[in-house]
Design a protein around this ligand. Structure first.
Ligand code: AP5
Length: 214
């Protein structure tokens, strides 16, 4: 399975990609996570990306295309993957097509998670993750069973992303509408696009996704 999840910040791409990863045995490829790892490692790429990410702007296409190209070649991606956060511009979508052609890969589906902008600010402001295993939670919508303890690994340290504040979220939403939305019609014309309602509960969104994937 080779799948692209599309949707604005907070739509639930990461949450759902992790669930599909467990259910279908494929790999989640999150460009946001890859960039945050580069920032954490204080690499050259991380240094260039940090300021842009904190401002809610996209990083340059070439930077992200190179990261994806090396990732898709890895052994663990051979069983299939879910692209979460890529492509995000028309040049990235065109580069991905070229990459698939060169590697003899075929895209199965592009799923757009449709949501309302206003609700995304609340979703993102309440998001946090376990510092030990990366499991995702939310102050209101996805609390751990025991407060302060990760359901997945028992960790008690949690962190919030530096770009998860109301002001940056608005810039990220703007970047989505201006630069990412055009690729919805790009994939529609190619016959790959399906849409689901992302404003329902997390379990229901998973159900809709599974119905589409089969
Ligand atoms: P990235 O990390 O990709 O962030 P994003 O696209 O802004 O997406 P998010 O991770 O914020 O949202 P999500 O849809 O995954 O939502 P989640 O499942 O966590 O990118 C960060 C930055 O990196 C960009 O701004 C850019 O600078 C750079 N970048 C990355 N890729 C790039 C690229 N290709 N090109 C250029 N630059 C790039 O859910 C959010 C919260 O809501 C969670 O707490 C969750 O529990 C909750 N939630 C989820 N679903 C539901 C639901 N149905 N109901 C209620 N709550 C829900």
């Amino acid at each position: 399975m080779k799948l692209i999840l599309l949707g604005p910040p907070g739509a639930g791409k990461g949450t759902q990609a992790k669930r599909l990863e467990e259910n279908y045995g494929v790999i989640q490829i999150s460009t946001g996570d890859m960039l945050r790892e580069e920032v954490e490692a204080k690499s050259k790429i991380g240094g260039q990306a940090k300021e842009l990410m904190d401002a809610g702007d996209l990083v340059p296409d070439e930077m992200i295309i190179d990261l994806i190209a090396s990732c898709i070649d890895k052994h663990e991606c051979q069983k299939g993957f879910i692209l979460d956060g890529f492509p995000r511009t028309t040049p990235q979508a065109v580069a991905l097509d070229k990459m698939f052609d060169e590697k003899g890969l075929e895209l199965d589906l592009v799923i757009e998670i449709k949501v309302d902008d206003e609700a995304m600010v609340e979703r993102i402001s309440g998001r946090y993750t376990c510092s030990k295993c990366g499991a995702g939670y939310h102050d209101s919508f996805q609390k751990p069973e025991t407060e302060g303890v990760c359901d997945n690994c028992g960790g008690t340290d949690f962190s919030r992303r530096s770009d998860d504040n109301a002001e940056t979220v608005r810039s990220r939403l703007l970047a989505y509408h201006e630069q990412t939305e055009p690729i919805i019609s790009y994939y529609k014309k190619k016959g790959f696009l399906k849409s689901i309602d992302g404003m329902t509960a997390i379990d229901d969104v998973t159900k809709q996704l599974k119905e589409l994937i089969g």
